[in-house]
Design a protein around this ligand. Sequence first.
Ligand code: 13P
Ligand code: SF4
Length: 351
Amino acid sequence: MQTLTQAQTPRTPTQENRGQENDLSLRVRALDPTLDLEAEITRLKREMNAVILAHYYQDADIQDLADHVGDSLALAQAAAATDADVIVFCGVHFMAETAKILSPNKLVLLPDLDAGCSLADRCPADEYGEWLKQYPGHTVINYINSSAAVKALSDIIVTSSNAAAIVAQLPPETPIVFGPDRHLGRWVEKQTGREMVLWPGFCIVHEQFSARKLAGLRAQYPQASLIAHPECEEAVLDQADFIGSTLALLKYVGTHPEQTQFIVATEVGILHQMRQSRPDAEFLCSPPNSGCDCASCPYMRLNTLEKLYLAMRDRRPEITVDESTRVRALKPVQRMLDMSKGLSQVQQKGD
Ligand code: 13P
Ligand code: SF4
């Protein structure tokens, strides 16, 4: 495995858009507190012919209102398939951008444009493009957690639910560059037995789980199943009974009725669906390195019911992608969708 060691400068791909949104907090404060937001959102959805897509890391009230709740792959598939005029994306910027790449003629709204992602922000397209020059002839595989400009530099996009299966479909002699999540990349290497060049990105939420404290919790709850997202560090994944995307983790919980305790190493938003699926089970959060409640994604949680309502009422903030970038980014996204057809989204550790 090769890795890059130079420091990355965090950047936010949404910075250029922020000017138009500096009134968002004012608009939230101006809202009538007696407004029935759920009823208003449902009314607007009908009037606008909109579909609301929500990631599992959104607040429970947003998940409950959404037409589709899913992981990154399921939501990209839903965005590609919808015949709605408006896609309201309750997730982060790269997800809404992917919806726009797939559906350029639809209005795509994101409740808060500052909902970025540490992986996408730490992989700026100019630096990534320079870095790729070291690896001519390599197939460039990128995690969907990347900007449209980085997707445009890629051959194939993957998500956590299809990354290993897609890499496994490439001829064994194909040299591969994988970005921007080093932990997902390392896990795919283990799953497939393929060596890849890894960009050294990471998710600030998944990287903060403490392997040492986790071992202590496991000793305390020896019957509990540890289920983990592949964005976690290797020392956490090595302890896991099952590794998968958020949807795969949810399916695992639903299909293992004999297990009544689960230690969950991913963003806590998924617990809402897990508790609905298994009201009889106990869910314990994987302990973080520090004392904070940092298993909550600070970007995802910028979206609120108030901002969702305002986005629909005011038809902004709108996600735009310049056409030349969009056309180049569409190819690897479409390739992912094509290569994912018929794939089981659930991957058992060691499969
Ligand atoms: P999945 O939706 O593929 O599980 O990825 C989790 C994540 O971190 C999304 O940003
Ligand atoms: Fe990005 Fe991590 Fe938040 Fe997902 S959980 S949006 S990877 S920062």
